[in-house]
Design a protein around this ligand. Structure first.
Ligand code: HEM
Length: 221
């Protein structure tokens, strides 16, 4: 039976990719809450979310390890699609036009802004892991000199604040461009969304779809 109103959508993320993304995002929220509570006394009450301040202190580094591993899976999956090209620098240079709703350049799976954000996230993740391990007193307390720990904690806080600022922009952009959240919730986007925001990627997906349909009709002859 044909369904005349059935929307034809494009798959952007598989279920496993979405689970991977939301595990990373969930860890990030818990880390930001506990981290801010340790960083600034006015936020200390936030440790209540974990039960007790001691529990928050104990869980923070472990959740950090889970976030790092989870992000690394995303890193290896998406790194190739996030390599910056000349077109991406042109996109970044015309970001004012983008904000006014104008299309800039022939955008592939990700635009210049998303790619720059991807590398910022990757940089922060590595810095957070190294500085986090250096200041993890329970396991590395004796091995790391106090001045090193001081510098590590300073860099840990700085990269955490940078990542929080980055994620605020990441979330804002996902809400701003209508239909983007759906990509990470349902795994699909509309054809109009793909054509408007990622025209090069749209053509690639469509070409693959046509190729598949041709081979299928060829093999059924
Ligand atoms: C907390 C709320 C978050 C929301 C609402 C959110 C939303 C989204 C959405 C809608 C996409 C799909 C964008 C597209 O396909 O064009 C996406 C992609 C992505 N997100 Fe998030 N995200 C959140 C947190 C995070 C966090 C904490 C990280 C990692 C630190 C992260 C890393 C990524 C990456 C790597 C991608 C793929 C984009 C790329 O490779 O350039 N997200 N996110």
């Amino acid at each position: 039976m044909t369904q005349p109103n059935k929307e034809i959508v494009i798959q952007r993320y598989h279920k496993i990719e979405r689970v991977n993304h939301w595990v990373t995002a969930g860890c990030f929220v818990l880390l930001a809450i506990s981290g801010l509570a340790f960083f600034y006394p006015a936020f200390f009450w936030l440790t209540g979310i974990f039960g007790t301040p001691q529990l928050a202190r104990m869980l923070h580094p472990w959740i950090g390890v889970v976030m790092f591993v989870s992000f690394m899976i995303m890193f290896f999956r998406y790194a190739r699609s996030n390599i910056l090209t000349k077109d991406d620098f042109a996109w970044l240079g015309s970001v004012d036009k983008v904000l006014k709703g104008k299309a800039v350049g022939d955008v592939g799976k990700y635009n210049g802004g998303q790619k720059a954000m991807f590398w910022l996230m990757s940089f922060c993740m590595i810095t957070l892991l190294i500085t986090g391990l250096l200041s993890w007193h329970t396991y590395f307390g004796e091995a790391v000199a106090i001045p090193v720990k001081r510098v590590a904690l300073l860099l840990h806080a700085a990269s955490a604040l940078l990542l929080i600022a980055g994620i605020i922009i990441h979330v804002y952009a996902a809400i701003w461009v209508k239909g983007t959240i759906r990509a990470m919730v349902e795994g699909v986007v509309s054809q109009a969304w793909a054509r408007t925001h990622h025209p090069k990627w749209y053509r690639e997906v469509m070409a693959k779809r046509d190729e598949k349909a041709e081979t299928q009709s060829g093999s059924s002859l």
